[in-house]
Write a protein that binds this ligand. Structure first.
Ligand code: SAM
Length: 218
């Protein structure tokens, strides 16, 4: 077995992406588990997680550390956020999700992982969770709504200066009739008052009509 460390907490095992499972024996989305001595890895599916897709597509700016405080917007049932929880094992992941149905799945994931905190809220209503999160090191936003840049700008008040945002823009949720490139430019213009654009990644073939962007708070 050939295990290569790509970033702190992120590995390639025989060419497949993985994180070290912080809850041994536990699967979140029926992913494969791989034992190597005392360590158990969870394979990380790039077709299920845009962060995994971005890493496989050559992401250079990976700033989630072992002790990061992460504000995760649009956690769904916890697929990607559980891998973030493996990486930031001494940190905290605040998982905001609006759907009660997804929240039921997310609660199951968070119950097993001490560093994941579920928050049932609209991510536009930051007053519902601002006092819980306080200041964070990272914002990860993967929310299919019409006003995606506006949501990130609202939440950016909780991001420390110099902190990073991973912003996934889904053009189809904004305007299906418009050229995705124009939509991406408009969204990035809207966040540019708060953020520097650090890196942009096209995550095809894992997901289409999305742009994965790394931003740094000014
Ligand atoms: C593409 S899915 C997220 C997938 C997840 N990030 C992952 O990789 O595991 C988008 C999620 O955003 C949630 N969502 C939509 N509008 C929202 C809002 N206003 N506030 C918070 N979450 C929202 C949806 O319910 C859905 O679960």
């Amino acid at each position: 077995m050939n295990i290569v460390k790509l970033f702190d907490g992120v590995y390639s095992i025989d060419g497949k992406l993985a994180t070290e499972n912080s809850v041994k024996g536990n699967r979140v989305y029926n992913e494969d588990l791989i034992e190597d001595g005392d360590v158990e890895y969870r394979l990380w599916n790039p077709y299920r997680s845009k962060l995994a897709a971005a890493i496989l597509k050559g992401l250079k700016n990976f700033h989630i550390k072992r002790d990061s405080r992460v504000l995760y917007l649009g956690a769904a049932t916890g697929t990607t956020s559980s891998h973030v929880s493996d990486i930031a094992k001494d940190g905290q992941i605040f998982c905001v999700e609006i759907s009660e149905r997804n929240m039921r799945g997310l609660l199951g994931t968070c119950e097993k992982r001490e560093n994941m905190f579920p928050i049932l809220s609209d991510a536009n209503n930051i007053n519902e969770y601002k006092s819980i999160v306080n200041e964070c090191d990272i914002i990860y936003q993967d929310v299919s709504v019409k006003e995606q840049a506006k949501m990130l700008n609202i939440n950016s008040v909780m991001l420390k200066k110099g902190g990073y945002a991973y912003f996934i823009i889904k053009s189809q949720s904004i305007d299906i009739s418009k050229n995705p490139k124009e939509i991406f430019e408009d969204e990035l213009r809207e966040v540019s008052k708060n953020f520097e654009i650090i890196e942009k990644i096209d995550i095809e073939p894992f997901d289409s009509l999305h742009l994965f962007v790394v931003l740094q708070k000014k």
